[in-house]
Design a protein around this ligand. Structure first.
Ligand code: K1U
Ligand code: ZN
Length: 172
């Protein structure tokens, strides 16, 4: 089931999310809903707090070909290694529509997570996959890409989002 995506500013997007103690059918359903919501948006990643669930679950698929999808669902993901060299990428966020800004992050990261089968997995990511997985893990810690920007730029984007939310509320 597709779920509505929260728009910044929203207190649920600023919360430290709780670790998942056990992979239950509810967690598997949450991941499935998140993937459906992400593909529909469309986006390349989504974190549970973006649909109002403050649990440490993310999904991503940065594959380029539509017919070679690689959906990944990660429970309790953590970066266990990061490269010293940084890469800059123009980031977007489904909770901050139509706003983009360059963010510098480690170019490569190694991530450990729990799969939906309960097994621990580990993989090294580069390129957009590395940028996206770091962006999604930041969401689990209440951090948005605009938190990397200066206060003026951040405030300008926040005001635009407040206006967008007022307009959407009027249309509803
Ligand atoms: O977390 C999110 O809000 C999802 C976000 C992930 C992301 C994108 C770019 C850099 C870092 C993290 C998005 O998916 S924004 C939409 C987007 O990038 C996209 C949309 C359609 C096709 C390809 C990309
Ligand atoms: Zn985001």
């Amino acid at each position: 089931m597709k779920r509505p995506i929260l728009i910044h500013p929203d207190p649920r997007l600023k919360k430290l999310c709780e670790p998942v103690a056990e992979i239950t059918p509810e967690i598997a359903q949450l991941a499935e809903d998140m993937l459906e919501t992400m593909y529909d948006a469309p986006g390349v990643g989504l974190a549970a707090p973006q649909i109002g669930v403050t649990k440490r679950v993310i999904v991503l698929d940065c594959s380029k070909e539509q017919d070679a999808r690689r959906p990944l669902a990660m429970v309790n993901p953590e970066v266990v290694w990061e490269s010293e060299d940084l890469s800059r990428y123009e980031e977007g966020c489904l909770s901050i529509p139509e706003q983009y800004a360059e963010v510098a992050r480690p170019a490569e990261v190694r991530v450990r997570w729990l799969g939906l089968d309960g097994a621990v997995q580990e993989e090294q990511f580069a390129g957009l996959w590395a940028t996206c997985v770091q962006h999604e893990i930041d969401h689990l810690n209440g951090k948005l890409f605009i938190d990397f920007l200066g206060p003026l730029k951040r405030q300008m984007i926040t005001r635009k989002m407040e206006k967008l939310k007022r307009e959407r509320a009027r249309q509803a």
